[in-house]
Design a protein around this ligand. Structure first.
Ligand SMILES: Nc1nc2c(ncn2[C@@H]2O[C@H](COP(=O)(O)OP(=O)(O)OP(=O)(O)O)[C@@H](O)[C@H]2O)c(=O)[nH]1
Ligand SMILES: [Zn+2]
Length: 346
């Protein structure tokens, strides 16, 4: 699929079959669908960076000289299908981005990842936080508020479930040495950064954000805003300008705010208060531990892989020292993440 290339004239309608928005039932089934909406052939691709009461801020011609922000509404054809921050969408209509211009989202491109949460752990009804994020920046303070392993575990579970690579950033390291806390995550092999607001050293994090869509999560008060502000040198320029266009103030009804950082995006989640995991599929957690998942093929059917699981091949292999020291740490992490999803762990 060549949606990155607007000028692909080899099969100019081919992009609109499969997951094209459903149009009215076609009485002549063999009639090509594209005939119904020929205007869609000229659709342009963009990336949604803000959602505010039916108005979508969309970034088009990204990384070109024509790069600009436009405002769009959702085509009626999309019905109840929700368009979320991070979605790549096809647009028609006024794409100039001029004051008062409005374009229309006619289709949502297939999503690579989908970060979701449920209202609480017992609620399987999910809400989408962001689409197409490939990194999750988990922000946790070394102190004030006291870091909690369990909270980080919950973020990790959400990231692994969504197929998003987690990164850990410990803030307020001026208040406390985070070494001991970080040891809890040694088995995961995830990138970790440290930051302190009196002497920010954010170059390494900035580098890691390039070319990625990174969703930042963290408990209130950990210093996430302070960090994001430091990462975004010119907040006004980087934040979606959709507010100015609609004159509605900041993204009041939105739970995410997107910032452009070089060739990357950081999506902050100031409106996300709870992070329920009711929707999470435990098998996705194991899949993120590829080394352990490979061993699990020898587990009995329905094995929970928890410490008390009878004949669990992973537990046995690690106990026999087959995966060395790191295997012990990794299994410990896996156990912790899996137990996060157990009823008593919730
Ligand atoms: N000592 C110290 N304080 C910090 C640091 N970073 C942030 N703070 C302070 O921590 C408090 C919370 O920072 P914020 O950036 O507002 O935290 P937040 O995570 O965005 O919190 P919410 O706005 O509630 O989501 C503020 O008083 C900051 O000045 C740091 O590195 N060291
Ligand atoms: Zn097992």
């Amino acid at each position: 699929m060549s949606w990155l290339n607007d000028n692909d004239d080899e099969g100019e309608y081919s992009e609109y079959d499969e997951s094209a928005v459903r149009v009215r039932p076609n009485p002549k089934a063999n009639k090509p669908r594209t005939k119904i909406r020929p205007e869609y052939a000229n659709a342009k691709i963009g990336r949604v960076f803000s959602v505010d009461r039916g108005r979508y801020g969309v970034w088009v011609d990204e990384n070109t000289a024509q790069e600009r922000q436009i405002v769009a509404t959702k085509s009626r054809d999309l019905g109840k299908y929700s368009v979320v921050t991070g979605d790549r969408v096809d647009l028609v209509g006024d794409l100039t981005g001029d004051d008062g211009s409005l374009s229309r989202i006619i289709r949502v491109q297939p999503r690579e990842t989908l970060l979701r949460r449920s209202a609480d752990d017992t609620d399987a009804v999910e809400r989408i936080i962001v689409a197409n994020a490939d990194q999750m920046l988990i922000v946790v303070a070394a102190a004030n508020p006291e870091p909690r392993t369990r909270l980080v575990d919950r973020y990790l579970v959400a990231a692994f479930d969504a197929g998003i690579t987690p990164i850990l950033c410990i803030t307020k390291t001026d208040l406390q040495d985070p070494t001991e806390f970080l040891a809890n995550f040694a088995g995961l092999g995830i990138l970790t950064y440290q930051s302190r607001s009196d002497q920010f050293d954010i170059e390494a994090i900035t580098e890691q954000l390039q070319g990625h869509t990174t969703v930042a999560v963290g408990h209130s008060g950990v210093g996430k805003s302070t960090l994001v502000n430091a990462l975004v040198p010119d907040a006004h320029r980087a934040v979606g300008r959709v507010n100015d266009v609609t004159g509605r103030g900041r993204h009041t009804s939105s739970s995410t705010v997107s910032y452009r950082i070089g060739s990357g995006w950081i999506v902050d989640t100031p409106g996300v208060r709870s992070f329920g995991l009711g929707h999470v599929d435990t098998s996705n957690i194991l899949k993120s531990f590829t080394d352990l998942a490979a061993i699990a093929v020898d587990c009995p059917r329905g094995c929970t892989h928890l410490p008390d699981a009878p004949d669990c091949a992973i537990n046995e292999a690690v106990a026999a020292g087959e995966l060395g020291e790191i295997g012990v740490l990794r299994l410990d992490s896996l156990h912790r993440l899996l137990s996060t999803l157990m009823p008593e762990g919730r």
